[in-house]
Ligand binder design. Structure first.
Ligand SMILES: [Zn+2]
Length: 160
């Protein structure tokens, strides 16, 4: 019997989730999509320079699964750079520990526990730095509006 695929633990959403070559109209470009777990694997292995064992433990997956994720992600990044494809980061079976909220007016970024954001999205809607309501939830940008839904039923975790 196949084991159910467990969600990959992700520290936070990517700060930027859409890249494209300069000067080429979008309709002429192919596209590549990196899932959020593939992004996290690249971040841990190639940006932070972690060995695969500790990196896989951070994501709560086996070393071989981590290794496959990194390989897939590198191939997609290479394809995007070499062929000049639009690159998006979105989707994936992931469990986000934090989200990032970015103010579109002043650029201020706040890291928040994902559970707090999901439960208290309205109250937390304005920017702490400038008071603007024009704040973007970067987890929402890559995972859609339902990303925090699991926190609203079942047991809430964390401190209260
Ligand atoms: Zn602001």
């Amino acid at each position: 019997m196949p084991r159910p695929r467990s969600k990959r633990r992700i520290y936070g959403p990517p700060r930027f989730s859409h890249f494209k070559p300069v000067g080429v109209p979008r309709r002429l470009l192919g596209a590549v999509t990196l899932t959020v777990d593939e992004y996290e694997a690249i971040r841990l292995a190639d940006y932070e320079g972690l060995e695969q064992q500790p990196a896989s433990e951070r994501m709560g997956i086996s070393r071989s699964t981590f290794s496959r994720l990194v390989e897939t992600a590198r191939r997609k990044l290479a394809e995007s750079v070499v062929e000049g494809k639009e690159l998006r980061i979105e989707g994936g079976a992931v469990d986000l520990e934090h989200t990032l909220r970015r103010c579109r007016d002043c650029g201020d970024e706040q890291l928040q526990r994902a559970a707090e954001t999901a439960g208290d999205r309205e109250a937390a809607a304005s920017c702490d730095a400038c008071g603007s309501d024009n704040v973007e939830d970067l987890a929402h940008a890559v995972l859609g509006p339902g990303y925090g839904r699991r926190h609203t039923h079942g047991r809430r975790q964390g401190r209260s």
